[in-house]
Structure formats: structure tokens, C-alpha cells
Design a protein around this ligand. Structure first.
Ligand code: IYR
Length: 222
């Protein structure tokens, strides 16, 4: 077995340019916030298609690219998704959620109401393919959750870079998304990303990011 290789084309950056670039990237990344109040200003289908192209560049287990993106701007479908999500969320907040979980959510001020599922001009429903069908044969995927998670991360960064906002919304349970979106049995709903411009005067929870010190160590400290 000798898989064919082709030359790699590096993204050439002079070594002394790396830090200035990364400082700007960090500043941009640090300005990103999960958004729950959207403007209804339109976003073109081309923009959404590019975001999904970018997500599709993610690395994946055995390069099986175990993702599928359903882009929705049809108000009737958005309404259907909102109603199903709110039903699941109402049961979560009022019955299923353990006290500890509700306490962890308190600083976010979330509840079962999800108006953003209709206000945002687009919903991207992300599916994880647990297996693929290749020439009529089932091919299991590997590290599909990690792979789809990375793809979604890349997509979220691109959303922010384009001046748009999003939220990783995971109603529980979200099996209803497979039915509404008409997806096959090998696909599991992974996340809903509402995408649009933030509402004028939108606010976000006053919460903090952990410091570098709190999230890394260098070698083994003595
Ligand atoms: N899915 C619920 C609850 C929720 C859970 C987590 I973890 C969050 O970070 C935020 C919310 C909801 O969307 O409200």
C-alpha cells in the first residue's frame, strides 16, 4: 500500500510576522460571543454556502468527513424547529434538568423560550454521520463527534470573521431535527447554529474567560 502524495503548498508567513498576526487573531476571537438576539436583516445564501465550505475543510477521522449541514431560511421550517425545540426545552427546564445544571446555567439567564430560532435569517442544522454508505456498503466513521466539533468550531470562527453572530444551540433531546430535516438514520443531529447579524443593542451575559495560566502549563511544573 503506497498512497499517492502531492506537494504541500504552505501558507508562508515570515517568522517575525506570526506574533503580530496572532495578536490580532486573538483580539478578534476574544470579541466573539454566543448570541441569542438576532436582527432579521437578511444574509445571502452565498454567505451561508461559503461558511459551510469553510467548515468542510476541517480535519476528520480517516478523512471520512462525517458531517452534513442543512441550511434553512424557510420561515415555516424555522417555526417548526422553534416549536419542537421549545417543547423539549420546556420539559428540560421544568422537569428534567438537575438542580446542579440549572445552577450552572444561571449566569447565562437562559430559559425555554427560543425566539432566535425564528428571528435569525438562517439556521444551520449540523448532522454527524455515524456511518457512510459507499457503493451500497456501510462504512463506519471514526472520531465523528470530535471531527464534527472541529468543523463547527471552524464555522463559528468564520461566522465571527464575517461580522455575523451565532450560538451553539443543543435542545435536548433533538431527535426531532432528523425528522424535520428529512435526514437518514445514519445521521444524528449535532447542533443548531442560528446565523445572522446581532440585534441592534444586543446584550450578552457578563461572564469571563479563564486566563492563559488557568488553562495551560509549560512542561511539568516543579
Ligand atoms: N439546551 C438548553 C440548556 C442549556 C444548556 C447548556 I450546557 C448551555 O450552555 C446553555 C443552555 C438551552 O438551550 O436553553
Amino acid at each position: 500500500m503506497n498512497p499517492q502524495h502531492i506537494p504541500y503548498v504552505p501558507n508562508r508567513v515570515p517568522a517575525d510576522q506570526a506574533l503580530p498576526i496572532l495578536r490580532r487573531e486573538y483580539e478578534l476571537a476574544d470579541g466573539r460571543r454566543s448570541m441569542r438576539s438576532f436582527s432579521d436583516a437578511p444574509v445571502s445564501r452565498e454567505v451561508i454556502e461559503h461558511l459551510i465550505r469553510i467548515a468542510g475543510t476541517a480535519p476528520s477521522g480517516a478523512n471520512l468527513q462525517p458531517w452534513y449541514f442543512v441550511a434553512i431560511d424557510d420561515p415555516a421550517i424555522k417555526k417548526q424547529i422553534r416549536e419542537a425545540a421549545e417543547q423539549a426545552e420546556k420539559d428540560f427546564y421544568e422537569h428534567r434538568a438537575p438542580a446542579e445544571w440549572l445552577k450552572a446555567l444561571e449566569p447565562l439567564g437562559t430559559d425555554w423560550r427560543k425566539p432566535f430560532l425564528e428571528t435569525a435569517p438562517w439556521l444551520i442544522v449540523v448532522f454527524r454521520r455515524r456511518w457512510l454508505t459507499i457503493d451500497g456498503q456501510a462504512q463506519k466513521t471514526y472520531y465523528s463527534s470530535e471531527s464534527v466539533g472541529i468543523a463547527v468550531g471552524i464555522l463559528i470562527a468564520a461566522v465571527h470573521r464575517a461580522g455575523l453572530a451565532t450560538l451553539t444551540h443543543t435542545p435536548a433531546p433533538m431527535a426531532f431535527l432528523r425528522q424535520i430535516c428529512g435526514r437518514p438514520e445514519n445521521e444524528s443531529p449535532f447542533v443548531i447554529l442560528p446565523i445572522g447579524y446581532p440585534a441592534a443593542g444586543a446584550t450578552v451575559p457578563d461572564i469571563n474567560r479563564k486566563s492563559l495560566h488557568a488553562i495551560m502549563q509549560h512542561n511539568i511544573p516543579s
